[in-house]
Design a protein around this ligand. Structure first.
Ligand code: NAG
Ligand code: NAG
Ligand code: NAG
Ligand code: NAG
Length: 352
């Protein structure tokens, strides 16, 4: 298909998907749930009236005690996305309070891939934390490790090891519940959600505590623990930067787009995308792209936050910002602290 024709159809699809996603008769979007982090939804709302697909509503009604974890998982995913992309042209901004993300959710780009991965990982993380906290009947600490270890080497498993199996299961059930016909985009999204979950599994680590006379560490108790979500986020950011373009066909098997690499299999830990990203330089309201005008940039940085790259060569404005601080504080007998007011000026640069 011609590029231009494809783009037109693509636009139309985005519109239709955005439109239908707000109504319950639509049952294909597995990302409507992102809406539950939106500010306009009252805290007390139950599973029935949240922006979820019918399958998700059913799951939510059967396990209403997971609703706080679902909400927290979504909040954490979005917040981590914004931290990871703070200094990039696409900064993971949420475009409207209703759709949370706009264009990036349906565009099939690397950014779509990251969003799906980080959201799925967020859900695994919060559900697993809830398991370990003893808040759930279906799951708790990982008991398979209990009693094991290596006494001869002076350590044994103990305490509460995070058991991510239930969280992985729930994240799969909740996010991949989109039915309907396999499309390239659906396959891509499910692949990336799974890559996000795998990242949580891969980043599990072992913590130990020492026992013994005055910290001699003669005996250690160890347990498995999930990494902080920031670590999972930066791991996924790395995967995003090395993500793989795949063929835009709704085949079962994912295949690389690059001709001479078609036979190289794509691991389930990899992030994949079907469409090249726009440059995110200019505002495009219809597509929900904010553009970089007005973004703060760093004049001396050669990285993505540098004025050159961030402002897409349009140049930047310089503003002088005045800071007032308390300084040169002295303790005066007795008993107070006297400070001076110090003023300093710094330059701030924003993209034209
Ligand atoms: C466990 O449940 C308590 C009480 O409902 C809640 O305050 C706490 O945040 C929950 N912990 C986790 C990790 O979900
Ligand atoms: C899936 O495709 C079939 C025929 O290709 C169509 O009849 C059906 O309505 C589609 N289902 C959905 C949910 O789009
Ligand atoms: C992202 O950039 C837009 C301007 O392009 C800005 O309005 C917004 O505050 C930024 N969001 C975050 C989370 O930094
Ligand atoms: C700007 O970039 C330079 C070089 O990377 C760095 O040393 C400096 O701390 C940055 N300044 C700010 C305000 O982030």
């Amino acid at each position: 298909m011609e590029k231009s024709a494809k783009f037109g159809i693509h636009r139309l699809c985005i519109f239709l998907i955005l439109f239908f996603s707000f109504f319950p008769f639509h049952s294909q979007g597995s990302w409507m749930w992102l809406g539950i982090t939106s500010l306009s939804i009252p805290e007390k709302m139950g599973c029935g009236n949240l922006p979820l697909t019918n399958k998700q509503k059913d799951l939510c009604k059967r396990k209403p005690y997971l609703l706080p974890s679902i909400k927290e998982g979504a909040r954490m995913g979005i917040s981590e996305c914004q931290t990871q992309f703070k200094y990039e042209r696409w900064n993971c901004s949420t475009t409207s309070e209703f759709s949370v993300f706009g264009y990036e959710l349906t565009s099939g780009t690397k950014e779509t891939a990251f969003i799906y991965a980080v959201m799925a990982a967020g859900l695994v993380h919060t559900v697993t934390r809830s398991c370990s906290a003893g808040n759930m009947t279906e799951c708790s600490c990982d008991t398979t490790l209990q009693g094991g270890g290596s006494p001869r080497e002076g350590w044994h498993w103990g305490g509460c090891s995070d058991d991510i199996q239930y969280g992985m299961w729930f994240s799969r059930r909740f996010l991949d519940s989109a039915t309907g016909n396999a499309s390239a985009l659906l396959a891509m999204n499910q692949h990336n959600s799974e890559a996000g979950r795998q990242a949580v599994a891969k980043m599990m680590s072992t913590d130990c505590r020492c026992h013994g006379v005055s910290g001699s560490c003669a005996v250690k108790t160890c347990w498995k623990t999930m990494s902080t979500f920031e670590k999972v986020g930066s791991f996924l950011k790395d995967r995003y930067e090395n993500s793989i373009q795949v063929l835009d066909r709704s085949r079962k098997k994912v295949r690389r787009k690059e001709k001479d690499q078609r036979r190289v299999p794509v691991s389930k830990e990899e992030l994949i995308y079907v469409n090249k990203s726009p440059n995110y330089c200019l505002e495009d309201r219809k597509a929900g792209i904010a553009g970089t005008r007005g973004r703060k940039c760093n004049r001396t940085s050669a990285g993505p936050d540098g004025c050159n790259l961030l402002c897409c060569g349009r140049g930047y404005n310089t503003h002088v910002v005045r800071h007032v601080e308390r300084c040169e504080c002295k303790f005066v007998w007795c008993c107070y602290v006297r400070c001076r007011r110090c003023e300093s000026m710094t330059d701030m640069h924003t993209c034209k």
